[in-house]
Design a protein around this ligand. Structure first.
Ligand SMILES: O=P(O)(O)OC[C@@]1(O)O[C@H](CO)[C@@H](O)[C@@H]1O
Length: 417
């Protein structure tokens, strides 16, 4: 993995790389703050997740023992390196330099979460040749969501768009994709909410809306290449795919590259197998409807290469995107615009740090090699790019606006590099 770009003074250094940075401008988020969101994720969300995985699978004794060990390590113990036989032991040994032997709560939140998911997969035998190799530990949760009636309702609601002007469809589908980010299975563990339909939600609830700048990058017939960095499967990926179809068939984009995770991550994050399940769900929707048409067109776009899927290993790395490797940077440099979905991608885009909320978004994305947009519902403490009056109203609302998933944003850095 590459070292941090030398000009990004604010992002945390990749362990093992030369330290060319100056001290961070904003505190990196750790998980040791009493009552903090990050602490609750490690202390509460992760143990619940381990219990849910135990309930969902007929695990054997070795897997239960490995989960017991992970639970104890991650909640009360210190960070231990991967086992001697792990295929990625060296990589994580470098990535975790300075962290091993310390409490999980005292290292960067972003790093600790990522390592937790790596260790969870390892405990279940995901990487080990044998019967559990490649079994998605979150597969049952994802499958139940995809088969659920909310997806049926959301697909049926798309029929309302038929015959509407293209710009009305575009605006509705962008909001559908944005609010789809609320349907995040990890988030549901402790939010108690986010179950309602996110289909074509009309109220904006946006704390920043720069969608006009996004559309101006994508004129009809402009031959754009759009990269979409996906977040969750199921009820988020379906509206993402519907948006992708709209871009392609209205010729706002000539080609789209959809980036997914190379392995299961953050519970519901989309992998290639989730893309396949979602495309099949669309294609098998009631034949005369908008959803089925979308499925057919996307199937064809995959076949002729206008829609491609990538699964770079960096999407499961525990670092901000400012540390992305050259091959990924080159891909994004060639994009007309890259759209990043969701909360985790936002944290990685701007840096998982406690920025002043009025820090300009484009200041934090200056390192990105091309135009970049974030579509995100707010589910963690990180925020940039707010107008001062919006911030004042949010702070005065008494709501947990940063973490409740009730607010969302579209932020765009449209500068060409
Ligand atoms: O990226 P997503 O799916 O929008 O959100 C991921 C998330 O649920 O996971 C983290 C806590 O585990 C938070 O950053 C955020 O709430």
């Amino acid at each position: 993995m590459n070292p941090m770009p030398a000009n990004d003074a604010d992002a945390p250094r990749v362990p093992g790389s030369p330290d060319t940075s100056t001290p961070p401008a904003a505190p990196v988020i750790l998980s040791n703050g009493p009552g903090s969101f990050a602490r609750a994720v490690l202390a509460e969300r992760h143990p619940v997740l381990i219990r849910q995985v135990r309930d969902a699978f007929p695990l054997g004794p070795a897997q239960h023992a490995a989960l017991d060990a992970l639970l104890a390590e991650a909640t009360e113990g210190v960070i231990e390196p991967l086992g001697a036989d792990a295929h990625d032991r060296e990589r994580w040994a470098a990535w975790g330099q300075g962290y091993f032997g310390r409490s999980w709560f005292d290292v960067p939140f972003l790093w600790a979460e990522s390592y937790f998911y790596r260790k969870l997969l390892g405990a279940l035998g995901y990487f080990t040749p044998g019967p559990w190799h490649g079994i998605d530990p979150f597969g049952p949760f994802k499958a139940a969501e995809l088969a659920g009636k909310l997806v049926d309702e959301e697909l049926t609601a798309l029929d309302d768009l038929s015959g509407r002007p293209a710009d009305v469809q575009a605006a509705a589908l962008l909001l559908g994709s944005l609010w789809g980010n609320r349907a995040d299975l990890g988030f549901r563990i402790d939010s108690g909410g986010a179950h309602e339909s996110t289909a074509l939600r009309a109220d904006s609830g946006l704390v920043a809306d720069e969608s006009a700048r996004l559309w101006s990058l994508l004129p009809v017939g402009g031959g754009a290449t759009v990269h979409l960095v996906a977040d969750n499967a199921g009820r988020e990926l379906i509206p993402d795919l519907v948006l992708v179809d709209h871009l392609l068939h209205t010729e706002r984009a000539a080609e789209v590259v959809l980036h997914v995770k190379p392995q299961p991550y953050y519970i519901s994050d989309a992998t290639m197998s989730d893309v396949i399940h979602s495309l099949r769900r669309l294609a098998h929707a009631p034949a005369a409807g908008y959803a089925a048409e979308t499925g057919r067109r996307l199937w064809a776009a995959m076949a002729d290469g206008r829609l491609r899927v990538g699964a770079h290993e960096f999407f499961c790395a525990p670092f901000p995107y400012s540390a992305m490797p050259d091959d990924l940077r080159e891909q994004f440099a060639a994009a007309t615009v890259t759209v990043l979905k969701g909360d985790l991608n936002y944290r990685r885009l701007v840096g998982d740090q406690l920025w002043s909320p009025t820090t300009p978004f484009a200041e934090r994305t200056a390192y990105w090699p091309g135009p970049v947009a974030a579509l995100r519902t707010l589910k963690s403490d990180v925020i940039t790019g707010l107008d001062r009056d919006v911030l004042t109203a949010l702070e005065g609302s008494g709501e947990a606006w940063r973490t409740s998933g009730t607010h969302a944003l579209v932020q765009v850095d449209d500068r060409s590099r």
